[in-house]
Write a protein that binds this ligand. Structure first.
Ligand code: ADA
Length: 569
């Protein structure tokens, strides 16, 4: 399942999920040997979507992997092929022909293939999970980055006139919405064609228009609709509207929620009401599935997060599944979406590299394209823990913020800083996220107080004193099951104690608008015996989860549940 609701009633779609052939290519000879024309004989079966590192013998395999499946067409058809997410570098081949290359990991890659002939076709994907100094994330990163096709592969059958894009935007004034709908209709036909475009919401026809599309052309139709008295989406108030754009033989369904987001007096306001964010950082990762996190487990994850008393989730550190965001939309939970620039160990010269910047900009565009309609998304975050003391970081940030604003001005632009007292970027953002680990990497938990006082003063001096500030990371490791009589480092007791103390400090600081604990669940780390990083990651995991990797609660979970549930919004 890609979404929790049907995206099409008319368009026929099919998932190519299931067993694919898989061949690893550790010597990287596949291109030279034309594996895209002659797939190797010696393969293993790999379920798609998945990460190959969850298979026997491939736990540590980083590099090139080739995946192949066959598809059957009963008639010649126009098709749209969507690979919903492939980690790292992806080259897609159909019947030996290169359809295209994509770099990324958490956003879809798609191709329109007109008149694909009836019969059998071979689809091959070459993926490369290797990280280096210009990949995003770069080679030193605090999660295991896996390899493979991590989200569904979808085949859609297109009629000659089809809906290529459907976007819904709006301006709110009270409960009146100025809704602007954009439908792009594309023709794969040899001659001019006419179709009737109808917009439908909740079974009601909103607008209907005859549209003429030239042979091979594209028409963008825009409708401005006035909706009065809309039900507003808010935290714990998941009011959603499902809108269908329909032409004679095709359709697309999108879902939106109406809410107004702003900041005032250092608070996040939704529909004019301040909301205190009670959150966790969530990696979309599981020991058996890697990043190919199954929808069924997302439901359970959501239940656990609700049980904890959260009203928000930071999607650390990459664009998460639309299915997950659908669930958040449906439960009125705020989401923070970000791209995987993970900076703690990022060399500062990397951020000025044109290729790195191009990749980052593409990731921003693709993340926004993927998540634009989700009312749960309140924040677009452009990077995490880069060296925000430098002019290089400043220059990159300006570009990234500009890219966000070109696509969406209705949400808050943010980032997470690990240098709050020296950061020169504070004035650039709507919201500032602070990552700090007093009680773990530095000093005692009480150190947060003095740090925050200095931070607020500094922000004021930089002209950023009115910005909303969130504690986006804090916490410490607690090994599941390690409980004793006193709070020792790495015990559940110690973790529970520092998280609880930190939460108290933040809640009594009127300039802090919310807290995101690092982290929801333990995750696999990226430990290499040859590298000096992350040597404190016992079991090879980042153990700062409130639940372990199998989502079993630690003491910190119970403490946070007590605290979050006692806080009013
Ligand atoms: C950083 C980082 C997280 C994680 C955390 C930790 O703040 O953003 O991804 O690595 O530290 O556990 O140290």
């Amino acid at each position: 399942m890609i979404r929790t609701f049907r995206e099409h009633q008319l368009r026929r779609t099919e998932l190519l999920d299931g067993p694919w052939d898989f061949a690893k290519d550790p010597e990287n000879v596949g291109i030279q040997e034309k594996w895209y024309e002659r797939f190797p004989q010696d393969t293993q079966s790999l379920y798609v979507p998945s990460c190959w590192n969850n298979e026997l013998g491939l736990y540590d395999y980083e590099g090139v992997g080739w995946c192949r499946t066959k598809l059957q067409l009963d008639h010649t058809r126009h098709v749209r092929l969507i690979l919903h997410a492939v980690l790292g570098h992806a080259d897609v081949y159909l019947d030996g022909k290169h359809l295209g290359y994509h770099y990324g990991g958490y956003t879809p890659i798609e191709f329109i293939i007109p008149s694909l002939a009836a019969g059998e076709h071979e689809l091959i994907v070459r993926t490369d999970s290797t990280l280096d100094r210009l990949t995003i994330p770069t080679e030193n990163v605090d999660w295991f980055h896996y390899g493979g096709i991590i989200r569904s592969v979808e085949l859609q059958y297109l009629p000659e006139l089809f809906i290529q894009q459907f976007k819904i935007g709006y301006e709110l004034s009270g409960t009146d919405a100025n809704v602007s709908v954009q439908v792009q209709i594309r023709s794969l036909a040899q001659a001019q064609q006419t179709t009737r475009l109808t917009l439908i919401e909740g079974g009601q026809e909103l607008q209907s228009e005859q549209i003429v599309v030239e042979a091979g052309g594209t028409v963008t139709y825009t409708a401005d609709l006035q909706w009065t008295g809309v039900r507003l989406w808010n935290v714990g108030q998941p009011e959603l509207y499902t809108v269908q754009a329909r032409i004679d033989e095709d359709d697309q369904i999108e879902r939106v929620g109406f809410r107004r987001i702003e900041t005032k007096d250092q608070r996040i306001l939704i529909n004019g009401q301040p909301v205190y964010l009670k959150g966790v950082n969530r990696h979309e990762e599981h020991p058996e599935w890697g990043f190919a996190f199954p929808p069924k487990l997302m439901h359970k994850e959501l239940d656990i997060i609700l049980e904890l008393g959260c009203n928000s989730v930071r999607g650390s550190h990459y664009p998460q599944s639309p299915y997950w965001l659908d669930l958040l939309d449906e439960h009125g939970i705020v989401f923070w979406s970000e791209i995987p620039i993970w900076g703690a160990l990022l060399p500062n010269d990397t951020v000025s590299e044109p290729l790195f910047q191009e990749r980052a900009l593409t990731m921003i565009r693709e993340m926004i394209g993927l998540h634009i309609h989700h009312p749960s998304v309140v924040f677009w975050s452009v990077h995490n823990e880069i060296d925000t003391r430098t002019p290089e970081a400043y220059a990159l940030t300006e570009r990234l913020i500009q890219a966000v604003k070109e696509q969406d001005t209705s949400r808050l632009v943010t980032y997470a800083t690990m240098h709050p007292l020296e950061d020169i970027l504070l004035p650039l953002f709507d919201v500032i996220g602070i990552n700090k680990y007093f009680g773990w990497y530095e000093g005692e938990v009480g150190g947060f107080k003095a740090m925050l006082e200095q931070f607020h003063e500094r922000a004021r001096q930089l002209g950023a004193g009115d910005k909303a500030v969130l504690m986006t990371e804090f916490g410490g490791a607690g090994l599941f099951g390690d409980v004793g009589w006193e709070p020792r480092l790495f015990s559940e007791d110690y973790q529970a104690q520092i998280v609880a103390e930190a939460l108290d400090i933040f809640r009594s600081d009127p300039k802090i608008g919310g807290t995101f604990i690092w982290q929801f669940a333990d995750i696999r780390g990226d430990l290499k015996s040859s590298s000096r990083h992350f040597r404190d990651r016992a079991r090879g995991f980042n153990n700062k989860g409130l639940v372990n990797e199998y989502r079993k609660p630690k003491q910190s979970f119970r403490e946070v549940r007590r605290i979050y549930r006692s806080w009013s919004e």
